[in-house]
Write a protein that binds this ligand. Structure first.
Ligand code: AMP
Length: 636
């Protein structure tokens, strides 16, 4: 056996052990965190596909992230905040983090927030967002962070579903040097809500002047002053009590609230910080994601802090002030592991490659990339340019941590660019046939599915809707109650996995997961629109972009190019106002009809093929072939 095969086998054995001796495996891993009361059972999966991990155990995410490391690391940096947007930096030691979190927890308690109540955050990348998340965890409140790039309709939907007691927000953020006002979007969202919360706390950065609503809006700084010095006792939660709800897009227009537990999540993150991210207490970890995404929850906030590491919170883009900013930060803060996205690297690829060599990167052991497919040339460019390993890891909001990844903390295996390597311990993941549900042999393309129970840290249910959880994720594989990732995949002869795109109508724009259905609903709310189809089309920089094809209520499509351009602009603005700039289609085209099957289903795959200048394949079910021709013509 070659040395490489031996290494791959070691990962395979580790994975096998985690499935075959599941309870023993996770019992051992549970020792990584502090339990106020020990659990009585590792796993209760008596009600499949639901899984409860560490039954009866009591713990707390905030305690494990902050208090637990105080004796050892009181004066060591816990949170480093750098904003190249507003040219500010702040470093918080664990002691200072403890003080801030306690003040924020006292503030929330003062506003009547109790264990199990929801608090919704709509915030830019500022330390106060992290304080508030940890403060929620401290008092047992369930936080729901909404990505700052989302707009009023998205926000209102999430507020209505989570029914938070308090919303914490800011006057604004900044992206690429442009101030983005949050407060007007929030006010608009609250106006759309069926039952808006009683209190809104605004962290005023002095970026975007706003009107405070008397009796509702409160000032973060003032509340902080009022509660400064208070110590708020930890709420010891039963392991399965929810820590947070994070909304994600699916095939319907209604976002799903992914609910996460407490104990399983803490253990899963702590283990991944060593096995996947090769880290140890005292290390410095820099994740460039946003707190509004799952990557930000797991690897800006909870993972590094629970593992006793320093976390870097960055407000800015990878190219300002120049394309070396990430490397400059790695050098300055002696970062050990960097986690970013393929899109960020594709942006950097357009810069001078010498920038990769400008800084001392001796502290950095590995770069991790996730959130969207990582193409081989991009991975190679970065790995060669830095002379560092680049690890592609595949996961979802639902899984909470990597499903597929190299695991250098277990064994360093050779990378195969284009592949996120192997199944991660705990995930019994398979490639199955979409028609029979059977496992497929190496080389064949099928649906990536996970045999329940899902491991610790994965979603426990959809917020407030157990039936929807089962229906959405566990009923699409024929004859098996497996979890569907809704991704296509393939395993090669050496056991390396490849992800081959979504099986559903979810698209991924620069790592942002969007439901085409949500964008279609937004476009359809325009008075002139009869119907529309939104598809994801391959894009060199962003992976995918959304393109919209619209049928207008007036009989003829827009013939006058100026009128068409004006209407396209109107529709783009509408989507931007309702959903946010991330959801704005790259182009909107007007057609007389959409290509549909005789049963009325829009032929999305055919539209995508035409947009990508590929052969649309089998069109025997198409009702009106000229509709596809119209799409082709509209693109010329
Ligand atoms: P999200 O829930 O927003 O993290 O999006 C999850 C989806 O992003 C997955 O279902 C995949 O379609 C895609 N994805 C995430 N990471 C990767 C990766 N490393 N390679 C390919 N696709 C990925």
């Amino acid at each position: 056996m070659s040395k490489q095969e031996t290494k791959v086998n070691k990962i395979r054995d580790f994975h096998h052990e985690s499935i075959a001796n599941r309870e023993e495996f996770w019992r051992r891993e549970a020792e990584r965190i502090h339990w106020d009361e020990p659990f009585t059972r590792v796993l209760d999966d008596s009600r499949p596909p639901f899984a409860r991990w560490y039954v009866g155990g009591r713990t707390n995410l905030c305690y494990n992230a902050v208090d637990r490391w105080l004796p050892q690391y009181a004066d060591r940096a816990a949170l480093v905040w750098v904003s190249t947007e507003v040219d500010q930096e702040r470093v918080y030691t664990r002691r200072q983090l403890y003080d801030e979190v306690n003040a924020a927890a006292a503030m929330l308690r003062g506003l009547g927030v109790e264990r199990g109540d929801r608090v919704l955050l709509y915030m830019p990348m500022v330390p106060e967002a992290v304080f508030t998340m940890l403060a929620c965890a401290r008092i047992g409140a369930v936080h729901s962070v909404v990505f700052g790039g989302f707009a009023s309709v998205n926000l209102a939907q999430r507020i209505d579903d989570a029914a938070p007691k308090v919303v914490v927000s800011a006057d604004g953020g900044s992206r690429a040097g442009k101030v983005q006002a949050y407060k007007p979007l929030l006010d608009k969202a609250l106006g759309l809500c069926a039952k808006p919360p009683q209190s809104v706390v605004i962290f005023d950065r002095g970026l975007a002047p706003f009107e405070a609503v008397a009796g509702r809006d409160l000032d973060y700084a003032e509340l902080r002053r009022e509660h400064w010095g208070r110590q708020v006792p930890i709420a010891w939660l039963e392991s399965s009590e929810p820590s947070y709800v994070l909304y994600t897009s699916g095939t319907t227009g209604r976002p799903k609230g992914v609910q996460r537990d407490t104990g399983g999540y803490a253990v899963a993150l702590a283990a991944s910080m060593e096995y996947v991210f090769g880290g140890k207490p005292g290390d410095t970890y820099f994740c460039t994601s946003d707190i509004g995404w799952v990557v930000g929850h797991s690897y800006i906030v909870y993972g590094p802090l629970i593992a006793g590491q320093t976390t870097v919170l960055y407000e800015g883009t990878p190219v300002r002030p120049d394309g070396a900013i990430l490397w400059q930060l790695v050098e300055r803060f002696r970062v050990n592991a960097l986690f970013s996205s393929p899109t960020a690297v594709r942006v950097l690829k357009r810069q001078d490659p010498a920038l990769l060599k400008r800084h001392d990167l001796s502290s950095l052991h590995t770069v991790y990339l996730a959130g969207e497919p990582l193409d081989e040339p991009t991975a190679r460019w970065l790995s060669d340019g830095l002379g560092k390993p680049v690890i592609d890891n595949y996961w979802q909001t639902e899984s909470g941590w990597p499903i597929l990844s190299a695991q250098p903390g277990v064994e360093r295996t050779p990378a195969r660019f284009g592949s996120p390597s192997f199944p991660t311990y705990g995930f019994d993941v398979r490639v199955v046939s979409e028609t029979t549900g059977e496992d497929l042999p190496a080389g064949q393309k099928g649906v990536v599915a996970i045999v329940p129970p899902l491991p610790p840290g994965a979603m426990s249910t959809i917020w407030g809707d157990d039936a929807r959880f089962v229906q959405t994720y566990f009923t699409s594989i024929p004859g098996r109650q497996y979890y569907s990732t809704f991704d296509w995949g393939r395993v090669d002869a050496d056991g390396y996995w490849f992800i081959l795109g979504r099986t559903d109508d979810v698209i991924n724009v620069a790592g942002h997961r969007l439901g085409t259905r949500e964008i279609e609903e937004s476009i359809s709310s325009h008075a002139g629109v009869a119907e529309c189809a939104v598809v994801g089309v391959a894009d060199e920089l962003k992976g995918q972009v959304a393109m919209a094809f619209v049928v207008l209520k007036q009989a003829a499509p827009v013939d006058d190019p100026d009128a068409a351009r004006a209407l396209e602009g109107d529709i783009m603005r509408l989507v931007e106002q309702q959903l946010g700039a991330v959801a704005r289609p790259a182009l909107v085209r007007f057609v007389g009809a959409l290509p549909k099957t005789r049963s009325g289903k829009v032929l999305r795959r055919a539209i995508v093929a035409v947009c990508e200048k590929r052969d649309p394949g089998d069109l025997t079910t198409i009702e009106d072939p000229s509709a596809l021709e119209q799409i082709k013509e509209s693109l010329q």
